[in-house]
Write a protein that binds this ligand. Structure first.
Ligand SMILES: C[S@@+](CC[C@H](N)C(=O)[O-])C[C@H]1O[C@@H](n2cnc3c(N)ncnc32)[C@H](O)[C@@H]1O
Length: 381
């Protein structure tokens, strides 16, 4: 095989590996490229390599994804292989038989590969909404904010970061692994979410106990119960964050008002210090919701929208961060972010967060049709 063909094949394997481990929707896989490669003389060998990089990947063996997902994936591989080659491949059927023998659970694992090759592995729910909350799965906005953070570590390095509505914990864990924050506070209001979050923090090697022997390069990590509507000033003033982040929390007007109220109170708790930097990632399901958010933040807020998959465009004043380079953490569909026209500029408001520096990382309007689909929900083709 020519060197450039080898590179192309390796890229294809990597794409399948990353998408499979994160249980991305099967329709997002490059099936056509695979079919073309399968027609070549090394088609069967490629398929065997693919099984090793997916269903037999050490991460998948140690922290299995949903059985239904793996079954669907393998069935599709078998279909693709049999469309090209007459001989069935035993390895594929044996792997499928093993999956069929496992019991289905309401929980599964998803592993997200970082650019370093390291992975963040999470226990998540197999259902988008479970126990009355959306916080038990990872949503697209969490992926995008994590990507942005990994590409912009200076925004978090040696700083105290508070995450609101952490959910399964992907963004925070990616930041803790790669951005060297001094301290990281995960938070959420839902008891089931908090329970799973604590497990995910531990699963990724971070201790919630103050550990004097801990590696000083690791951030001090805590998980806090924090409901934006009932938090007391005493509770808020204990956080003193330099940076506040939140992903996929702007889903209805009530949530927007609560969040803006909390951001304002967090700023008030900083006494003489500068208000925290705020990064909010939001999937635009309804243009009025981000409009309400920016309007409530007020004119003083410097709102920056990330538009197009990887370009940073100045929406109002104060574009303080350099454009995010092309992320490599997760394979992204193209045209993720909304066009400038789909977002209204921040309107005047009596409720301005005076010196609040806020950055909105938007995910695309055309993603609206997939709006209620979490990032990792790989349900079928
Ligand atoms: C759609 S999930 C997003 C989870 C995660 N950030 C992500 O993007 O994958 C929204 C999260 O916000 C939390 N949440 C909603 N309202 C809240 C409130 N008033 N106070 C604290 N957390 C809240 C939910 O419990 C849930 O975990």
């Amino acid at each position: 095989m020519a060197p450039e063909e080898r590179v192309g094949t390796e890229r294809l394997l990597q794409t399948f590996e990353r998408r499979f481990l994160a249980s991305r929707a099967l329709r997002s896989f490059p099936w056509q490229s695979l079919e073309e490669e399968l027609r070549g003389p090394s088609g069967s060998k490629l398929l065997l390599d693919l099984v090793q990089r997916t269903a037999r990947h050490p991460l998948c063996v140690k922290h299995p994804p949903s059985g239904t997902y793996v079954r669907r994936f393998l069935s599709e591989l078998i279909r693709k292989h049999e469309a090209v080659h007459a001989e069935p491949l035993d390895e594929l059927y044996e792997t499928l038989a093993e999956v069929l023998a496992t019991e289905e659970s309401t929980q599964c694992h998803r592993s997200y590969l970082l650019p370093s090759g390291d992975a963040v592995t999470l226990t998540e729910s197999t259902a988008i909404v479970a126990h009355g909350t959306t916080g038990l799965v990872t949503w697209d906005a969490a992926l995008y904010l994590a990507e942005w953070a990994v590409q912009n570590p200076a925004a978090f390095a040696h700083r105290t970061v508070l995450e609101l509505g952490s959910g399964a914990g992907l963004t925070g864990l990616a930041i803790c692994r790669t951005c060297h924050p001094r301290a990281f506070v995960f938070s959420d209001c839902h008891s089931r979410v908090l329970e799973q979050l604590r497990q995910n923090v531990a699963l990724n090697g971070f201790s919630l106990e103050p550990d004097m022997t801990a590696d000083p390069r690791h951030p001090a990590v805590t998980v806090a119960q924090l409901d934006w509507d009932v938090a007391t000033d005493l509770q808020l003033s204990a956080f003193q964050p330099d940076v506040v982040i939140a992903a996929d929390v702007l889903y209805c007007p009530d949530a927007v008002l609560s969040l803006v109220g909390l951001l304002r109170r967090l700023s008030g708790c900083r006494k003489e210090q500068q208000a925290p930097d705020v990064y909010v990632a939001s999937t635009v399901r309804n243009p009025e919701t981000p409009q309400l958010f920016t309007a409530q933040l007020g004119q003083q807020a410097a709102v920056v929208l990330l538009q197009g998959p990887f370009a940073l465009a100045e929406k109002s004043r104060g574009c303080r961060r350099p454009p995010a380079p092309r992320p490599q953490l997760w394979p992204l569909p193209q045209n993720i972010f909304p066009s400038a026209a789909s977002q209204a500029p921040p309107g005047p408001s009596t409720n301005s967060l005076r010196s609040q520096r806020s950055h909105t990382v938007g995910t695309q309007a055309t993603e609206v049709r997939k709006a209620l689909q979490p990032a990792a929900a790989g349900r079928g083709l």
